[in-house]
Ligand binder design. Sequence first.
Ligand SMILES: Cc1cc2nc3c(=O)[nH]c(=O)nc-3n(C[C@H](O)[C@H](O)[C@H](O)COP(=O)(O)O)c2cc1C
Length: 211
Amino acid sequence: MKLNKLTTEYTKNELALQDLSSNPIDQFEKWMQSAIDFPLENANAMTLSTSDKNHKVTSRIVLLKTYDKNGFVFFTNYNSSKAKAIKYNNQVSLSFAYLPQERQIIITGKAIKIPTPQSLKYFLSRPRGARIGAWSSQQSQVISSRSVLLSQVEKIKNKFANKEIPLPDFWGGFRVVPYEIEFWQGRKNRLHDRFIYKFKNKEWQCKRKSP
Ligand SMILES: Cc1cc2nc3c(=O)[nH]c(=O)nc-3n(C[C@H](O)[C@H](O)[C@H](O)COP(=O)(O)O)c2cc1C
């Protein structure tokens, strides 16, 4: 396979300091909206990277469900590998690859559990099947076959037959409170535009970085 032939010149867009919002959350909103309008599928899919107690780094995709000036929220199983890693080291990275737009966003921050009432509100908004799925999966554990999972689903269905499916105590959201957010726009000859916002002295400062 000749992967070295798979080169692309990035020429679709450019980014200058004067185009950027003074607040990176507003800038994030602009790029998220532009990705949705493009249209890009799964514009809210982001790669979450964590480092665990043995310094083992793992990346996986999760879905961004809400964001505001306080941070970026995703939902997961609190007993999963990612949640265990966060418990030990809450420093995480989130990245969005908007490749058809030749864009990348990288967020660095600290992950904290959101309050249970907020997780409950989101959980109850999910379809019944997804709520049963959350109860049924011991996320990240090794299982011997798919039938183990499916029999668990049946047990949960019976347990909550004709009842509301409650929020499992092992499931909820994390908010990633950012302290750095980088916007990357591909340019010709690999002379890309990169701008990094850093939160210092209670305000965001934005600087250009070398590609
Ligand atoms: C498009 C996509 C969206 C996903 N969204 C989520 C999500 O929102 N929450 C989640 O826990 N896992 C999500 N996953 C599954 C994770 O990538 C991962 O397999 C799972 O969370 C277990 O990760 P862990 O064992 O490292 O904790 C998603 C996977 C893909 C490909």
